[in-house]
Design a protein around this ligand. Structure first.
Ligand SMILES: Cc1cc2nc3c(=O)[nH]c(=O)nc-3n(C[C@H](O)[C@H](O)[C@H](O)COP(=O)(O)OP(=O)(O)OC[C@H]3O[C@@H](n4cnc5c(N)ncnc54)[C@H](O)[C@@H]3O)c2cc1C
Length: 480
């Protein structure tokens, strides 16, 4: 193509960034591609972090699919770790960066730029955040710090602030690592925004496993003991004893550099792009957790930071930055995760999640929804398969959640549809799905990477002794 030989610059070497770089390389074999990453690693699998903390994943290397050396030697992609971008000058098409180790500054020009800066954890402004033993999990380094802390001292009691899917996964991990776990959730439900029936089942499982769950409680401070380490979390309803605290209160798009450049940021806090992942500034694209997506049902922007979306958006951005015409139409909000002895999946809009959102799309007829609830058991996937054969799923997964052995299969089916043809290839935490070349494609995966990453095939690891098989299906119409 025309742009052969000109420089594509990518900020960030996570799922979106390396997807963009690889898509560009596939399209243009001679193009100069440079990735600036402030951390020490690229092409990592953050979704495996809970399994690293619990010990299922034995070492952090297992979560790194490809090294910078691999990208340089095999893909001719110039990956520069330890390089933090400080400023973008769109007028001169240059980027200022600093070498994290030497603090030396530098400037690099670009012809096309893809921003994939990811997201930052939301940390409540409470006292005690700087105490040793307080963590937020958003990077490999964060996972390593938790693991190191667990290795250095016995953690008998752990508190998790936030009961979203990462908080829930970490509850299992920390319990497996030997801690007594208490979850502190400000809202009246785990997995906020999910169907009440599903949330109730998750809560039942969490409690059945011995995790204490405190809902509608606000963490006010983290207090230390005489040794200046974490002693307890104070909430508006009392104290929670803890030797360690994990903040899992969500994430927000990292858009600081984009904002300074005049790149448009939307109501969700993410960078606004069109379907080709172009920002409002010529030659600058954005993808992944730093960008927003469009919800296919409401037609409205949504911020749902997931690796699956980051991979697809990154690929589209990388292709288009190299003269391609790829499109990312939007997402349905599909999510699946494993929790102790159950599996949970959702796609589409939940009743609480729908709210008034559907009004943006008045021309649609009322949307059907259905929920299937299944315990996790060895043959759950086979039974799910039979049920699916008997009752074909509706063409659009408009508002559904699943829980149990069927979850993963359903999610993959929903995810395959949700992007209008951009195939899902991201690795799953605890569940297993096909992944792509930048993150560990089946054909070229680094030996041992996924095998040790905690990703498992459904049913293969189900725990015996789950109550007898039961299915609950909720059907109805979303009131819009
Ligand atoms: C514990 C955990 C579990 C998860 N589980 C799942 C899951 O089960 N399923 C799922 O789909 N998703 C999951 N996710 C989310 C998924 O990991 C993210 O959506 C995905 O990593 C986003 O990719 P990204 O490339 O947009 O951002 P990131 O992977 O965060 O990469 C952004 C990169 O940009 C770099 N960067 C930022 N600013 C600069 C700068 N100024 N200069 C240079 N470099 C910069 C950062 O260092 C980072 O490496 C999980 C996340 C976590 C933390």
């Amino acid at each position: 193509m025309d742009d052969q030989g000109r420089r594509l610059l990518v900020i960030g070497g996570g799922a979106a960034g390396m997807s963009a770089a690889m898509a560009a390389r596939r399209l243009q074999t001679n193009r100069e591609i440079v990735v600036l990453e402030r951390g020490s690693h690229v092409s990592f699998v953050l979704c495996g972090l809970p399994y690293f903390v619990s010990g299922i994943v034995k070492n952090l290397d297992s979560l790194i699919v490809y090294t910078p050396e691999y990208f340089r030697a095999e893909r001719n992609i110039d990956v520069r770790t330890g390089h933090e971008v400080k400023r973008i000058d769109a007028q001169s098409a240059t980027v200022e960066f600093v070498d994290v180790a030497t603090r030396e500054k530098g400037v690099i020009s670009y012809d096309k730029l893809v921003i994939t800066a990811g997201a930052q954890p939301i940390v409540p402004s409470i006292r005690g955040l700087a105490l040793p033993g307080v963590f937020a999990l958003r990077s490999l380094e964060g996972g390593a710090a938790i693991k190191d802390f667990l290795a250095r001292r016995p953690v008998r009691r752990a508190a998790i602030i936030g009961a979203g899917y990462i908080g829930l996964e970490m509850a299992e991990s920390l319990k497996t690592a030997g801690a007594r776990v208490t979850m502190i959730e400000a809202s009246d439900s785990v997995l906020p925004g999910s169907e009440p029936e599903i949330a109730a089942l998750i809560e039942e499982e969490v409690r059945r496993q011995g995790v204490e769950l405190l809902k509608q409680q606000l963490a006010l401070s983290i207090e230390s003991n005489a040794a200046a380490t974490v002693d307890r979390v104070t909430t508006d309803s009392g104290d929670v004893e803890a030797d360690m605290v994990l903040i899992a209160a969500g994430a927000r798009p990292d858009t600081a550099i984009a904002r300074e450049t005049g790149i448009g940021v939307g109501e969700t806090g993410g960078i606004v792009t069109d379907e080709m992942m172009r920002t409002n500034i010529p030659d600058i694209y954005a993808a992944g957790d730093c960008a927003e997506a469009r919800h296919l049902l409401t037609g409205r922007p949504i911020f749902l930071p997931l690796g699956t979306t980051a991979n697809k958006q990154g690929r589209v951005a990388g292709e288009n930055a190299c003269g391609g015409h790829a499109v990312f139409p939007g997402i349905l909000g599909s999510l699946a995760f494993r929790l102790f002895d159950i599996e949970v999946a959702r796609t589409g809009l939940s009743r609480p999640g729908a709210g008034g959102g559907l009004r943006a799309n008045q021309r649609r007829r009322p949307l059907p929804f259905a929920l299937a609830v299944l315990p996790r058991r060895p043959d759950a996937h086979r039974q799910a398969g039979r049920r699916q054969a008997q009752r074909p799923a509706p063409r659009r997964p408009d508002g559904r959640q699943w829980h149990g052995g069927e979850a993963h299969r359903r999610r993959r089916r929903g995810a395959a549809r949700e992007d209008g043809g951009v195939r899902p290839r991201a690795p799953r935490p605890g569940l297993r799905a096909p992944s792509w070349d930048g993150m560990g494609g089946h054909s070229a995966r680094r030996p041992g990477a996924t095998a040790a990453s905690g990703c498992r095939r459904l049913g293969a690891s189900a725990t015996p002794g789950i109550p007898a098989h039961q299915t609950t299906t909720f059907r109805g119409k979303l009131a819009v």
